[in-house]
Design a protein around this ligand. Structure first.
Ligand code: F6P
Length: 342
């Protein structure tokens, strides 16, 4: 057997640990492993690297992905899918492991429908993929954001300021909710729960009247207030999967809050630090479990499936189900966090 493995979309800490698991488990069956460089782009131009246990034995603690990644969408390129299928044959690959989020796995699903033997591994710091409780990289992003909130608390208090911490997450508030809850933020603003600017002013004024000298607001990059005509985005230019670049909401809120309340306010955008550096132990373990399961799926001939975490069990779900709808934060979880914010 010859297996191809790739990672697509934004990188996520833990991807290397998943790759190591795929290579190590495959080597138990004496399968050949071909690493495909730069996600789907590497299958369009046959940019590959032979992998073996010696190459991957120490990569579990490294962030990023040694194969590189890209946001290339073969379905947005003329004859892209056909080229990929031809190159899979040319490389002699019997099966493919695609590590990715909604975008990468939607390509995997379409290729599966065209006859490619592919399985998926869920990764994205956003944790917005259905069919799995958690995705690789989320725990690390939350840990980094929580650490940042813990640190920002001291300067916020010393200067009696409002600090707005902007986190990633695209159109879901998983990182904001988890980091805000863990970091003891005073307000958490997420795309799933509409909020107005006047609500923010009221809460800040109430806190001040209660003798609180500082406030920390965590805002998800995709959470714009309802009373703003246009959603805040960094650039209208779309990537190959149709996503605009988000970001900038904290700076907008900084200006408005200062203007309307008179409270000194500072915006802090955590940006790509959330995706960078070593994965947490939890992400490494999750990645190892999901990677081994992906190889099991190939061994059992269960293609078109994704390894996934449900409860404390590693199971599998159809790729079709995982990409069918975006996994958003439930109101129940949001309300739970609200009772914690003081
Ligand atoms: O999907 C992961 C993610 O980090 C999002 O949270 C964020 O909006 C986006 O990727 C940023 O993408 P890029 O690295 O291409 O700027």
């Amino acid at each position: 057997m010859k297996i191809g493995v790739l990672a697509g979309g934004g990188d996520a800490p833990g991807l290397n640990a998943a790759l190591k698991a795929v290579v190590m488990k495959s080597s138990e069956y004496d399968w050949e492993i071909i690493g495909i460089k730069r996600g789907w782009a590497g299958l369009l131009d046959c940019d590959v690297q032979v992998l073996n246990p010696d190459i991957v034995k120490h990569i579990h603690s490294e962030g990023g992905i040694i194969l590189y990644t890209s946001r290339t969408n073969p379905f947005a390129i003329e004859n892209g899918p056909q080229k990929i299928i031809k190159n899979i044959e040319k490389l002699g690959l019997n099966a493919l492991v695609a590590m990715g989020g909604e975008d990468t796995l939607s390509v995997a699903q379409k290729l599966y429908e065209m006859g490619v033997s592919v399985v998926g591994i869920p990764k994205t710091i956003d944790n917005d993929l259905s069919g799995t409780d958690y995705t690789i990289g989320f725990d690390t992003a939350v840990s980094i954001a929580t650490d940042a909130i813990d640190r920002l608390r001291t300067t916020a208090e010393s200067h009696q300021r409002v600090i707005i911490v902007e986190v990633m997450g695209r159109n879901t508030g998983w990182i904001a909710l988890f980091a805000g809850l863990a970091g003891g933020a005073h307000m958490i603003l997420i795309p799933e729960v509409p909020y107005s600017l006047s609500e923010i002013y009221e809460i800040l004024k109430k806190r001040q009247s209660e003798g609180e000298v500082y406030s920390i607001i965590v805002v998800s990059e995709g959470a714009s207030p309802i009373d703003m005509k246009n959603a805040i985005i960094r650039s209208k230019q779309k990537d190959e999967f149709g996503h605009m670049r988000l970001g900038g909401i904290s700076q907008v809120l900084e200006r408005i809050i200062e203007e309307k309340t008179g409270f000194e306010t500072r915006a802090v955008t955590l940006g790509h630090t959330q995706r960078s550096g070593a994965p947490t132990a939890c992400d490494r373990v999750l990645a190892a479990r999901l990677g081994v399961k992906a190889v099991d799926l190939i061994k059992e001939g269960k293609f078109g499936m994704m390894s996934s975490l449900q409860g404390n069990n590693i199971v599998s779900v159809p790729l079709k189900e995982a990409i069918a709808r975006r996994k958003t934060v439930s109101l129940e979880l949001y309300n739970l966090a609200q009772s914690f914010l003081k």
